[in-house]
Design a binder for this molecule. Structure first.
Ligand code: NAP
Length: 302
C-alpha cells in the first residue's frame, strides 16, 4: 500500500504497527525513528524496520506515509522538525489519544503538499516501549480518524484501508467530538484509577502490604490501568482539559448522589444503578470489545 512508511516513535503503538504492517506486506520499507539511541538500538535488535535513526527529518525523507507515534505533548516540536523534509503527496498521521489539540498544533506547521489525516487507534495496554508491541494489538478494535475539512477523501480512504489491514474497524469523527467520547470512555476512567490507587497508597490505617495482599477484591483491576505510561497520560490530561473537566463535573455529581444513597440507606437507588451498569458490561461484550471470561479474561496473558 505504501512504498516507505516512517514511524516517528517506536513504543507500544509504533512497534505494533511495524510488526503487523510487515506481516500483512503493506509496506515496501519501514524507517524507524526514536528520540533516544537506546530505543533505536532496541528496535533494531527486534528487527522492527529496515532503517533506524534518532533523526526524524532523516526518517521521513521519501516516505509516502508518516506516522507520529509519540506522546501528544511532543507532536508540535517533531512536526516542526519534519515539515521541511516531507515528500510531495505524503500522508501524515498520528496515533495520539487526544485529537483537537493535535490538529490545532500540527495543521499550521505542515506544508500544503501533504495530506494530514490525524488518527487514534482505540487499542493499547499498560506496557510501553518497542518490546511491548504485538501483531494483534489492533484486531477487532476501532481506529478513529479526524481529518480536517477539505482533506483529500482519497488520502482518508487510503489510511482507513491501512488501518483495516492492521485489524481495525475505522470511523471518522470531528476532533472535538472524539475528545468528548474519549474523555468518558478512557481519560476519566484512567484518572479514577490513578486516584484510587494513589488514595490507597496513602492510607495510614490500612498498611501497604494489606492493600497488596487483599487486592483481588477489586483494587487490582484499577492498578492495571494506573500502571499506564506517566508521560503519555500527563500529556492526555494537559491536552484534553476541557472535555475531561466537563466529564469530571458530571462524575462528581453522580458520585454525590451515590454518597447520599449510602448515607440514607437508599438500597433501591444503589440496586438500580448496579443493575444498569451490569447491562452496560454485557453490551461491551456483545460489541466484541471484551470477553465474558472471569477475571476479565486477562489472567492467561498476564
Ligand atoms: P511509548 O511506548 O511510551 O513510546 C513512546 C515513543 O515516543 C518512543 O519512541 C519515545 O522515544 C518517543 N518519545 C517520548 N517522548 C518524546 C518526545 N518528547 N519527543 C519525541 N519523541 C518522544 O508510547 P505509546 O504507548 O506507543 O504511545 C504513543 C502515542 O500513542 C501517544 O500519543 C498515545 O497517546 C497514543 N496511544 C497510546 C495507547 C496506549 O495504550 N499506550 C493507545 C492509543 C494511542 P524514546 O523511547 O526514544 O524516548
Amino acid at each position: 500500500m505504501f512504498e516507505k512508511v516512517a514511524l516517528i516513535g517506536i513504543g507500544l503503538i509504533g512497534s505494533s504497527i511495524a510488526i503487523r504492517a510487515r506481516k500483512e506486506n503493506l509496506v515496501g520499507t519501514i524507517a524507524v525513528q526514536s528520540r533516544r539511541a537506546e530505543t533505536v538500538k532496541k528496535a533494531e535488535e527486534l528487527g522492527l524496520g529496515d532503517s533506524y535513526t534518532t533523526d526524524p527529518a532523516e526518517a521521513v525523507k521519501g516516505a509516502d506515509l508518516v506516522v507520529l507515534c509519540i506522546p501528544v505533548g511532543a507532536v508540535g516540536a517533531v512536526t516542526e522538525a519534519i515539515a521541511p523534509h516531507l515528500a510531495e503527496g505524503a500522508i501524515v498521521t498520528d496515533v495520539g489519544s487526544v485529537k483537537n489539540a493535535v490538529v490545532t498544533e500540527m495543521a499550521p506547521l505542515l506544508p500544503a503538499h501533504v495530506h494530514f489525516v490525524p488518527g487514534h487507534p482505540i487499542a493499547g495496554t499498560e506496557h510501553s516501549g518497542p518490546e511491548a508491541g504485538f501483531a494483534e494489538l489492533f484486531d477487532g478494535r476501532w481506529c478513529i480518524l479526524t481529518p480536517p475539512a477539505g482533506t483529500d477523501p482519497a488520502a482518508v480512504e487510503k489510511l482507513a484501508a491501512f488501518w483495516t489491514k492492521l485489524g481495525s474497524s475505522v470511523e471518522t469523527m470531528d476532533p472535538r467530538h472524539h475528545d468528548m467520547v474519549l474523555a468518558i470512555t478512557s481519560h476519566v476512567p484512567h484518572l479514577i484509577a490513578y486516584n484510587i490507587v494513589g488514595t490507597a497508597a496513602e492510607l495510614e490505617e490500612v498498611t501497604e502490604s494489606e492493600v497488596m495482599k487483599f487486592a483481588a477484591g477489586g483494587f487490582r483491576d484499577f492498578t492495571r490501568i494506573a500502571a499506564s505510561d506517566p508521560t503519555m497520560w500527563r500529556d492526555v490530561f494537559l491536552n484534553n482539559r476541557e472535555a475531561v473537566l466537563e466529564m469530571l463535573g458530571r462524575f462528581n455529581e453522580d458520585l454525590t448522589a451515590l454518597q447520599r444513597a449510602i448515607r440514607w440507606g437508599d438500597g433501591d437507588a444503589l440496586f438500580d444503578l448496579f443493575t444498569r451498569t451490569r447491562a452496560i458490561r454485557r453490551g461491551i461484550i456483545e460489541a466484541g470489545q471484551e470477553t465474558a471470561d472471569p477475571d476479565f479474561g486477562r489472567h492467561k496473558k498476564s
